[in-house]
Design a protein around this ligand. Structure first.
Ligand code: SF4
Length: 429
C-alpha cells in the first residue's frame, strides 16, 4: 500500500532543502543525538506515521481502551516478551485480576501461575508491589511521568508509554525499537547501546510529539519498529515514512543501528533431571529467593553435562532408588546475559518417595533450616515436591526456560519411557 505524505509548507521547505542536498551526497549523522537539524527533520514524521497507524495498526487486546491499569499491565508484559506470547497471557491475567485492587491482593502462587510463559517473573512481583504503593499513595495509577517512574518495575520507557497512552501526556517512550527506527530515519552512526543514547533520543522526540495524539504517536512508532522497520532487513518498500528516511536513501538502513558495546552472553551448560515416580509425578524444587528466576519452581538441575550414569549416581547418593534412565533432547534458553545450553535425563524411580519426603512445601531444606540461598540442583530429598501433570498445568508455575522439559514430561506421562537416544534433536524453547 502506498501512503501519500501530507505536508505543510514548513515540512515542504525542509523536505525539499534536505532532498536537494541529499541528491549529491548523503552523509551520516555522526556523534550524539540530538542536533537541531535532526529535530527539524523529524518534525515531518508524525502526520504520515499516524495516518499509517490509524489504518494499519494491529488489533491487540490491550488496545481495546486506554484504561491506565490495562495499559500499564500490557507495557510491563511487553517489556521483554514477544507480542504473541503476551496476547494470551494478558487476557488470562486481566480476566482474573481486572483491576489494581485485585492485583494488590492476589496470592503470590496465583500471580506466578498467571505470569507463566512470559518469563522474567520479577516483573510480576514488581507489578504487585507497584499496585499496592499506587493504591495506598494515590488511590490509583498517577497521571505523572515522575510519579509513575517512582514505582517498582517502571523505568523511563514504561513511564513514558503509560503516561502518553493512558493519560495523553506528551512524554517520549524510547526502547530498543524506537532507537533503531530513529537511527535509520536519521542515518545516524550513534552507538545506541551507550546508556546516554536513550536520553538523547528522548530529547529528539519530545519537541515533535503531537499534543493531541501523544499516545497514538508512541504506539505508532512502536508499531513501525515491530512491523516494518524490523531488526536486520527493514521492509522499506512498505514503509509509510520512507520518503523521510535518510538511512533508506543512503542505503544504510539494514546495517543500522550501530551497536558497538554489546557484550557476549555467558554460556552455561546445565543438566535437567526429570525424576519420575511410579505414579507419574515429577520432582520440583524452588529456586533461591534472589537472582535469576528468583523463587520460581524448577525441575532439579545442575551445572555441567551429565551422562545417564552420572545422573543415576548423583540421585542414588541422595537415597533414591533409580530404575530405568532416559537421555532427553537438548534445549537452549536465552536470558539477557546468559544462555543455558541444557541436556536432560529422565530417572524413573522404582518406588514412591517416602511420605516424609513428599511434602516439600512443609519439609523443604529452604524452610526447615532457613538456608534460602541453597544452590538449585543441589536439593536433598526433603527439598523436593512431587507434582502430577495436572498440578503442573494448573498450580505450579514453571519458567519458560523449562518449557521444553515440561513437554517431554507430558510425552512420558502419555506414552511412557522410551529407549531412544534423541541427542541430536534440539527442542525449541
Ligand atoms: Fe525503517 Fe526503511 Fe522505513 Fe527507514 S524506510 S524507517 S529504514 S523501514
Amino acid at each position: 500500500m502506498k501512503y501519500d505524505i501530507v505536508k505543510n509548507s514548513r515540512e515542504d521547505a525542509l523536505l525539499s532543502a534536505a532532498s536537494s542536498e541529499m541528491q549529491e551526497d548523503i552523509q551520516p549523522f555522526e556523534g550524539k543525538f540530538p542536533k537541531a537539524e535532526q529535530v527539524a527533520w523529524l518534525g515531518c514524521l508524525p502526520r504520515p506515521l499516524l495516518s499509517w497507524y490509524d489504518e494499519e495498526k494491529r488489533d491487540l487486546p490491550w488496545r481495546e481502551n486506554t484504561d491506565p491499569y490495562r495499559v500499564w499491565v500490557s507495557e510491563i508484559m511487553l517489556q521483554q516478551t514477544r507480542v504473541e506470547a503476551v496476547k494470551e497471557g494478558y487476557v488470562r491475567f486481566l480476566s482474573v485480576l481486572p483491576d489494581l485492587k485485585s492485583l494488590a491482593e492476589a496470592p503470590e502462587e496465583l500471580l506466578m501461575k498467571l505470569w507463566e510463559g512470559m518469563g522474567y517473573y520479577s516483573r510480576a512481583r514488581n507489578l504487585q508491589k507497584a499496585a499496592r504503593i499506587a493504591l495506598a499513595t494515590w488511590g490509583g495509577l498517577p497521571a505523572s511521568v515522575e510519579k509513575l517512574r517512582s514505582l517498582p518495575g517502571i523505568g523511563d520507557y514504561t513511564a513514558g508509554a503509560v503516561a502518553s497512552i493512558a493519560f495523553g501526556i506528551p512524554a517520549p517512550a524510547v526502547d530498543g525499537n524506537v532507537l533503531r527506527v530513529l537511527a535509520r530515519l536519521l542515518n545516524s552512526s550513534r552507538d545506541v547501546l551507550e546508556p546516554a543514547a536513550k536520553k538523547e533520543a528522548e530529547a529528539l522526540l519530545r519537541p515533535i510529539i503531537p499534543k493531541d495524539r501523544a499516545g497514538g504517536f508512541t504506539q505508532a512508532l512502536m508499531e513501525l519498529g515491530a512491523l516494518i522497520c524490523v531488526p536486520g532487513s527493514p521492509k522499506c518498500e512498505a514503509c509509510p515514512v520512507s520518503s523521510l528516511c535518510l538511512g533508506f536513501r543512503a542505503g544504510t538502513a539494514s546495517v543500522l543501528p550501530v551497536k558497538k558495546s554489546k557484550k557476549a552472553r555467558r554460556v552455561e551448560e546445565r543438566t535437567v533431571f526429570l525424576l519420575i515416580t511410579p505414579q507419574g509425578k515429577v520432582a520440583l524444587e524452588k529456586r533461591p529467593s534472589k537472582g535469576l528466576l528468583a523463587g520460581m519452581w524448577q525441575f532439579p538441575n545442575a551445572e555441567g553435562s551429565f551422562s545417564r550414569e552420572q545422573g543415576r549416581r548423583l540421585w542414588e547418593e541422595k537415597e533414591f532408588f533409580v530404575g530405568q534412565t532416559q537421555k532427553l533432547p537438548q534445549a537452549v534458553h536465552i536470558f539477557s546475559h546468559i544462555e543455558w545450553h541444557m541436556t536432560g535425563i529422565a530417572l524413573f524411580l522404582r518406588e514412591e518417595p517416602p511420605a516424609e519426603k513428599v511434602d516439600g512445601d512443609k519439609n523443604s531444606d529452604f524452610q526447615r533450616d532457613g538456608r534460602e540461598e541453597k544452590k538449585p540442583g543441589q536439593s536433598g530429598p526433603a527439598a523436593l515436591v512431587w507434582a502430577s501433570l495436572e498440578e503442573l498445568r494448573t498450580e505450579k508455575a514453571l519458567p519458560a526456560a523449562f518449557r521444553a522439559y515440561r513437554k517431554v514430561f507430558e510425552g512420558i506421562v502419555e506414552k511412557g519411557p522410551t529407549e531412544d537416544e534423541p541427542e541430536q534433536l534440539m527442542l525449541p524453547v
